[in-house]
Design a protein around this ligand. Structure first.
Ligand SMILES: [Zn+2]
Ligand SMILES: [Zn+2]
Length: 259
């Protein structure tokens, strides 16, 4: 089970690191370890797959804090003491009871605590758990042949990863720029594939997917073309090919059946 952490991003109450952390995909404790040994020890308990939330203080007397972003820890760098995070929900701006979270780092909180659900949302824990488990199964014994045939990988099938990818990128195809809804109308509501940019051969068993930076929405046609090769084509390669055919007319209406 993941542990849950609530952390700050405001140094000295005014120097806001939020954008730096979100853009860089990490968080770190803004104190020297010697100055804040207790907080440094808490930070050192963070492990891969844990969930982490950035909070904002709402004044010294407030009983609430504001949650700004939540994510899943994907890597720990001992040297720089950075905690690398997939920030899954940004600009959440939700007020929750403070629970004494007035220092830079608080935790570990348990996922079974209702307050944790309030802070992190219903299913953030699954973003790490579900995906690591699926990958575990995949790494364990799916024969090579089957892996090739079932080319949509565990991440691409994961509902949580899908949802986070679409929340970040929308439902327009990242290859051809078409929205399936523009062609099929309401029949295509909510229908979009997601494609994982990291080849499966580079993935290790306990890898945690970053649905925002490592996945893209793609239409079903482009997705099939991407996977006509293993490792898959790059999106840019397909776009380059498509430029060559750009002047040819596309049949916008179905062809009549040949008699
Ligand atoms: Zn497409
Ligand atoms: Zn794919």
């Amino acid at each position: 089970m993941p542990q849950y952490w609530v952390v700050g991003a405001m140094w000295d109450g005014r120097d806001d690191q939020y954008e730096v952390f979100l853009r860089g995909g990490y968080w770190y404790l803004g104190w020297e370890d010697d100055d804040q040994p207790t907080q440094a020890r808490r930070r050192d308990q963070i492990t891969k797959g844990d969930c982490i939330a950035i909070k904002r203080m709402l004044g010294a007397r407030s009983r609430e804090i504001e949650i700004r972003a939540v994510g899943v820890v994907r890597k720990l760098d001992k040297k720089s003491k950075r905690v690398y995070v997939n920030w899954l929900r940004r600009d959440v701006n939700k007020k929750v009871p403070a629970r004494g979270c007035f220092s830079t780092i608080h935790g570990p909180f348990s996922g079974s605590d209702p307050w944790t659900t309030q802070v992190f949302g219903e299913d953030i824990g699954q973003s790490s758990v579900v995906i690591t488990e699926e990958i575990g199964n995949l790494a364990k014994g799916v024969p090579e042949g089957a892996r090739k045939r079932v080319w949509v990988n565990a991440y691409e099938r994961s509902e949580v990863a899908r949802r986070d990818c679409i929340a970040a990128w929308g439902t327009t195809c990242s290859v051809c720029g078409i929205s399936m809804r523009d062609i099929y109308g309401t029949l295509a509501d909510g229908f979009i594939h997601v494609h994982h940019l990291v080849p499966l051969s580079q993935i290790k068993a306990e890898y945690i997917v970053d649905p925002v930076n490592e996945m893209r929405p793609v239409c079903a046609n482009c997705h099939s073309i991407l996977h006509r090769r293993d490792p898959p084509h790059l999106i840019e390669d397909i776009q380059r090919e498509m430029k060559k055919t750009a002047n040819k007319p596309i049949h916008a209406t179905p062809l009549a059946r040949r008699s």
